[in-house]
Design a protein around this ligand. Sequence first.
Ligand code: NAD
Length: 266
Amino acid sequence: MATNRSITHPAARFTNKVAIVTGGAGGLGRQICLGIGAEGGKVAVFDINAEVIEQTVAELIADGIDAVGHLVDVRDSATVTAAVGEVANYFGRLDILIAAAGGSLTTPRDLADISPADLDLVIDVNVKGTFNCAQAVVPHLHNAGGGAIVTFSSIGGRSSSPVTGVPYAAAKAAILGLTRRLAKEVGPAGIRVNAIAPGLFLTGRLQGMFDAMTEEDRAEVLGGIPLGRMPELQECVDPVLFLASDQSSYITGAVLDVNGGRFMAG
Ligand SMILES: NC(=O)c1ccc[n+]([C@@H]2O[C@H](COP(=O)([O-])OP(=O)(O)OC[C@H]3O[C@@H](n4cnc5c(N)ncnc54)[C@H](O)[C@@H]3O)[C@@H](O)[C@H]2O)c1
């Protein structure tokens, strides 16, 4: 059962920083927005779901966080560039991109069931969306004298996950190549680019799927996780905030596996 763990941090790591969180109205994205805001950051929520953007921004503002929402499909490069420019103008700077928009997006898992449109959707949102957002923010991070980009891979891009299919595996592996190459290109400008690769975190629909499993199936899933339990959402949020903050100031081009030990890199 995923719950929200409240943690107090010794210092506010995002004071005077401005962050864009794509997929910011989603399960992990929303928690990341709250986490950045709780530590003094200003937040722009980019998502395609107007209703949840509105709810998320209202929640952030109610928590005393300076936040705006933008209806942005990350697949549309022109819209992304315009919205990124508006955020930088509105807040006067831009320091951080959290590129969380993505997922398998309700496409089928099994090869025979995957249509060309399914393949396009998964590649376009995850890979091209991450590219579009990174390309749009880099000039603004330059202007700010540096910054941090956190991309979203997955255990499904690091190993052969039984939960997600081939397009998702390809997309999340591609994000690792994107992350490393971009890190090399923008490192001299003081811009760090790192990927997070979460295991199974029970956001939205995934919680329902897990709850609907038999006791036996749940035990099998847990049996593959050395830490022997499902994570709380905050246990993904904290590593993301670490990569976005100056606490990881000498880390770039890296991938951080956050999966309870289910996949261990060689
Ligand atoms: N939850 C997990 O177990 C898990 C595991 C590994 C990786 N991830 C990755 O973490 C990220 C966040 O996942 P989540 O669990 O919070 O998913 P989620 O579905 O709760 O949130 C994703 C958000 O992205 C938004 N989105 C979808 N398409 C978009 C588009 N074209 N443009 C802009 N926004 C768009 C959705 O509206 C949604 O709010 C994803 O990239 C996912 O692949 C999640």
